[in-house]
Design a protein around this ligand. Structure first.
Ligand SMILES: Nc1ncnc2c1ncn2[C@@H]1O[C@H](COP(=O)(O)OP(=O)(O)OP(=O)(O)O)[C@@H](O)[C@H]1O
Length: 589
C-alpha cells in the first residue's frame, strides 16, 4: 500500500544546536557555614587544601600589590563592592529571576573526592536551592525543599548524601546508609547515574533497584552491601520485606524526590510501609518543584524538626524564565491534524508530546511512523529494557519526537528539549508544571510549551493562571493545517493493526478522560464522540465497551459521601481531589 500522506525529508536541517548550560558568573565573597565534618578530612584532602592555600596566598599578594598601585581607585571600588553586595543580596535569596546563587562549590568545604567529581562536571557556582539546602543537610537537619523544575535539586540532596557516607566512613559491611526514592524508573536511573558520578573518586558502593529489572541480581548486590541506594517505592519495599541479608538497620538518611508524586494514591501505602520499616533515627529530606497537602502528610510521617527551603516563594510565576507557553483551542476532530502539521513544521527540533494513556502513545507512534514521521515512544506498558533504551536514545538525540505518558513528566533531565506539546491535557496544573519543566532547564535554558485544549476545556486556563502559570492563546493558521483527514481515515480503515490500535487508543482516551480529577472541566459526558473518533482517524465512533456511566455514577456516589457535588471553591480550585476514585497519572489502560 502506498502512503497517502508521505512527506519527504529532503529539507533536513543540518544545524548543530547543542546548547551549553550557562553557569553563574560571580564568585561569592561571603563566608559560608563551616562543614562540621571538616576536621575529619583525610591526608589527601589536606594536601589538596595545602595547595589551595598556597594559591590563595599568592592571589592575595597579587591583589595587595594591585591595591597599593591603585590607591586612587579605592573609592570607586568601594562603590562597586556595595553595588555587588546589593546584587548578591538579591540573587542569593531569590530576588533575581535566574536559578544561580553567587556561592561557589569550594565555599562548601566538601571532601576532595566529591569536589573533584563536581569540578569534572564543570560546575562552579551553586544554584539557589543548592546554596540553601546543602549547608542545612550537611549539618544533619531534615529538609523540605521546594524549587522550580530544572533548578538543580538532584545535586542539592546527593552532595550531602555522599558527604555523609564519606564522613561516617561507610563501607559495604555497614550496608545501606542512604536511600533515595524516586517515583519513576527513568528518574531513578538518572539519579543513580548522577550519584555514581559523584561517587567516582569515593570507595562507597551505589546501586539501583527498580521495578521491571531483574530482582535476583539486585538482591545479590544488596546483600554484598550497598551504601547509597536509589530505588522506586514498590521494588524497595519488596527488598525491605523479602531480601535476607539486606542491611538497612544502619540507615542514616532517607531522601524522597518528587515528594508530592510519591504520595499519590498508588504509592502512598507503599511509602507508609517503607517508612515503618526504616530506622526512625535518621535524617530525612523531601524535595519537589510542587507541593500538595499530601506532602504535608509525608512531612508529618517522616520529618522531625525541619528546615523549609522554598526558593521560589513570592515569584509571580512558577515556571522557568526562558519558557514561552501557549495554548491552542482546537476542536476534537482537528486535534491530530494540528499535531501532525505541528510536528512536520518542527522537524528540526527536539520535541516531547504528552498523552493521557499508554494506548494512545502506542497508536499515535504507530500512526506517525506509518506516515513517515519518525518518533520515539515511552509508556508504562513497555518492557523496562525498551523504556530504558528509548530514554537514553532520546537523551542522546539532537532532534526528534518523543511521545510519552506522564511516566516522563517528572524529574527527567533530557538535554536540550526545545518544545513540549501537551496533546492531552494534564491531570491538574501541578502536572502541567512538571511536564513543561522538561524544557528550559538550568540557568538560561530556553524552550516552548504548547497545550492543546478542545473548546469545552477552556476553563483549565483559569486554573493555570491561578497557579501563576503564564499562558497565551495561539491562533491556528487553518491554511497551514494538512488536509489529510479523509486519507488518514481510509488508511486506518484499511490496516487491521492500525485500526485495532486506534480503537484501543480511543477507548483509553475516554477512560482517562472519565478519570480526570477536574471533572467539571473534563466531563466525558460532554464530549462529542463523533469528533473524538475523528481525531483517532475514524469516520464514525467505533464500538467499544466503556461502561462510563457506571464509573461515573460510582464517582458521583463517592462525592456525595464526601458531602460535596463537585468540591470546587476558592480554596480548592481543582475540586473533587479528595474523593477521586480513579487515579489518572501513569494510566495503564
Ligand atoms: N550548580 C550547577 N551549575 C550548573 N548546572 C547545574 C548545577 N546543578 C545542576 N545543574 C544542572 O541543571 C540541570 C537540572 O538539574 P536537576 O535535574 O537536578 O533539576 P531538578 O531541580 O531536579 O528538576 P526537576 O524538578 O525537573 O526534577 C541538570 O542538567 C544539572 O546537571
Amino acid at each position: 500500500m502506498t502512503d497517502p500522506i508521505r512527506h519527504t525529508s529532503t529539507d533536513d536541517e543540518t544545524k548543530n544546536k547543542k546548547r551549553k548550560r550557562k553557569r553563574g558568573k560571580k564568585p561569592s565573597e561571603e563566608s559560608e557555614p563551616r562543614n562540621p565534618y571538616q576536621a575529619q578530612q583525610n591526608e589527601e584532602e589536606e594536601k589538596g587544601e595545602g595547595d589551595d592555600n598556597n594559591k590563595k596566598e599568592k592571589k592575595t599578594k597579587i591583589l595587595k600589590g594591585k591595591e597599593e598601585a591603585n590607591e586612587e581607585n579605592k573609592e570607586e571600588e568601594a562603590e562597586g563592592v556595595e553595588e555587588e553586595n546589593k546584587r548578591k543580596k538579591n540573587v542569593k535569596r531569590g530576588g533575581g529571576s535566574g536559578i544561580m546563587s553567587t556561592d561557589s562549590f569550594d565555599s562548601l568545604n566538601l571532601s576532595a573526592n566529591t569536589f573533584r567529581a563536581i569540578q569534572e562536571l564543570n560546575f562552579q557556582y551553586l544554584t539557589e536551592i543548592q546554596a540553601r539546602a546543602i549547608p542545612s543537610l550537611l549539618i544533619g537537619k531534615d529538609v523540605l525543599g521546594a524549587a522550580r523544575t530544572g533548578s538543580g535539586k538532584t545535586l542539592a540532596f546527593l552532595i550531602p548524601a555522599v558527604e555523609l557516607l564519606y564522613h561516617i566512613k561507610f563501607t559495604p559491611r555497614n550496608g545501606t546508609g542512604v536511600v533515595v526514592i524516586c517515583p519513576t524508573r527513568e528518574l531513578a536511573i538518572q539519579t543513580y547515574a548522577v550519584a555514581k558520578n559523584l561517587l567516582k573518586y569515593h570507595s562507597h558502593t551505589v546501586e539501583l533497584v527498580i521495578g521491571g529489572a531483574a530482582r535476583r541480581g539486585e538482591a545479590e548486590r544488596l546483600v554484598k552491601g550497598v551504601n547509597l541506594l536509589v530505588a522506586t517505592p514498590g521494588r524497595l519495599l519488596d527488598h525491605l520485606q523479602n531480601t535476607k541479608g539486606f542491611i538497612y538497620k544502619n540507615l542514616k538518611c532517607l531522601i524522597i524526590d518528587e515528594a508530592d508524586r510519591i504520595m499519590e494514591a498508588n504509592f502512598e501505602e507503599e511509602m507508609k510501609q517503607i517508612i515503618k520499616l526504616l530506622p526512625k533515627k535518621r535524617q530525612t529530606a523531601l524535595f519537589s518543584a510542587t507541593q500538595t497537602t499530601k506532602v504535608q502528610d509525608l512531612v508529618r510521617l517522616s520529618l522531625k524538626e525541619y528546615h523549609l527551603i522554598d526558593v521560589d516563594g513570592g515569584r509571580t510565576k512558577v515556571t522557568n524564565e526562558g519558557l514561552k507557553q501557549g495554548y491552542f483551542i482546537v476542536p476534537s476532530e482537528e486535534r491530530f491534524i494540528l499535531l501532525y502539521s505541528f510536528l512536520v513544521k518542527t522537524r528540526s527540533k527536539k520535541v516531547m508530546v504528552f498523552f493521557s494513556s499508554c494506548n494512545s502513545v502506542k497508536f499515535h507512534s504507530d500512526l506517525l511512523r506509518y506516515i513517515n514521521v519518525d518518533c520515539f515512544d515511552i509508556h508504562g506498558k513497555q518492557k523496562q529494557q525498551k523504556r530504558t533504551k528509548t530514554f537514553f536514545d532520546f537523551c542522546k538525540a539532537e532532534k526528534g519526537i518523543l511521545l510519552c505518558t506522564d511516566v516522563a513528566a517528572r524529574g527527567l533531565d533530557i538535554p536540550a528539549v526545545d518544545v513540549i506539546v501537551q496533546f492531552d491535557p494534564p491531570d491538574d496544573p501541578k502536572e502541567y508544571i512538571h511536564r513543561v519543566g522538561r524544557t528550559a532547564r538550568g540557568e538560561g535554558g530556553k524552550g516552548k510549551a504548547f497545550l492543546f485544549l478542545i473548546p469545552e476545556e477552556m476553563q483549565f486556563i483559569r486554573y493555570l493562571t491561578a497557579e501563576k502559570v503564564p499562558v497565551e492563546e495561539q491562533q491556528i493558521n487553518k491554511n497551514k493545517l494538512k488536509n489529510v483527514q479523509s486519507q488518514l481515515e481510509k488508511m486506518v480503515e484499511g490496516n487491521y493493526y492500525l485500526r485495532q490500535a486506534a480503537k484501543e487508543a480511543y477507548k483509553s482516551y475516554l477512560l482517562a478522560y472519565n478519570s480526570h480529577s477536574m471533572k467539571d472541566i473534563f466531563n466525558v459526558h460532554r464530549l462529542d464522540l463523533q469528533a473524538v473518533a475523528a481525531s483517532f482517524c475514524f469516520c464514525s465512533p467505533p464500538k467499544v465497551n466503556l461502561n462510563l456511566n457506571s464509573s461515573a455514577s460510582k464517582f458521583r456516589k463517592k462525592m456525595r459521601i464526601g458531602g460535596s457535588r463537585n468540591g470546587f471553591s476558592e480554596s480548592n480550585p481543582y475540586g473533587m481531589q479528595k474523593g477521586r476514585d480513579e487515579i489518572r497519572q501513569f494510566v495503564r489502560h
